[in-house]
Design a protein around this ligand. Sequence first.
Ligand SMILES: *[C@@H]1O[C@H](CO)[C@@H](O)[C@H](O)[C@H]1NC(C)=O
Ligand SMILES: *[C@@H]1O[C@H](CO)[C@@H](O)[C@H](O)[C@H]1NC(C)=O
Ligand SMILES: *[C@@H]1O[C@H](CO)[C@@H](O)[C@H](O)[C@H]1NC(C)=O
Length: 306
Amino acid sequence: MARSSTHIQEKIILTLNLFILDLVSLLKIVDLVAKECDSGDTCLKLQDKQHGFVGITIYIFGLFPHTNTEKDRTATERYRDFTVGWIMEPLLHGDYPISMRETAGARIPSFTNRESEQVKGSCDFIGLIHYTNANITDNSEALKNNLRDYTADIAAKLISGLNPFSNEEYPVAPWGLQEELNKFKLRYGNLPIFIYENGQRTPSNASLQDESRVKYLHGYIGATLDALRNGSNIRGYFAWSFLDLFELLDGYKVSYGLYYVDRNDPELKRYPKLSAKWFNWFLRGRRSTSIVGAMKLVKDPSHISI
Ligand SMILES: *[C@@H]1O[C@H](CO)[C@@H](O)[C@H](O)[C@H]1NC(C)=O
Ligand SMILES: *[C@@H]1O[C@H](CO)[C@@H](O)[C@H](O)[C@H]1NC(C)=O
Ligand SMILES: *[C@@H]1O[C@H](CO)[C@@H](O)[C@H](O)[C@H]1NC(C)=O
């Protein structure tokens, strides 16, 4: 089970990141837009004329070496290069990470000088999607495969202990997010960051008293704040999600919403969960946003109405 869920999880990251990863193709689009600009009034100069911002979103795990060995520590760095550096390094330095170029050789496309210059510094902000941590262990054996692809080149395995298609709740382990935010600060140019998605998964039929979601949001917003105070360039945080809805990977089996939606009711009536009440208090700067305050709400939710 652990093995197959790991496999599935890798495919998921790959799929999610593939939406955004082909920077060389992206450049062709940028090029088209640039040509359009040369030819007249239809110019899209988003950044110059409209004062718009262009950003990219990355799905990240909090990555930790599975054992305290050199092999697993190196594998963890490599895993980060292959999942985060793959996107960030071209944006900062105009080329893929050295570890990727060395391992993949001619199988990874190379940037022309012009492309490097175009992609470098083209990103105004980074969006991060984060839910949980994972351990990484060395899998250098994969480099002996005759046919090598992205997952063989990583030469590392992801061990999460969580099945992404189950309705298991995520552990509240916000130090993973905090560590990754530190990495973005120290290694990846400290670009402005928005936490685009972060939240707790519960079974769709779970109780409205979603204490685990309150604990999760409390912990992760706290970690985001700690990282901000420690110099991370964080500009925003979005909780996933406002309402229970159809999830891309889980359908209606699980939910992330602060509001329960009764799908058996033709009116689709919405009911606030405990987390909605807590978040409301938090946004209004009420004192009882501490976890102790939140647990008092659990005992007597009649305090609040939304
Ligand atoms: C991840 O590694 C730590 C030790 O570094 C260990 O305590 C923990 O159980 C591991 N988690 C999984 C899911 O294997
Ligand atoms: C929720 O649904 C699952 C699977 O359908 C079931 O096993 C469980 O008992 C249900 N829980 C509640 C609280 O209704
Ligand atoms: C704060 O940032 C420094 C590096 O700038 C890092 O070494 C340290 O671990 C960070 N502290 C926390 C609590 O994340």
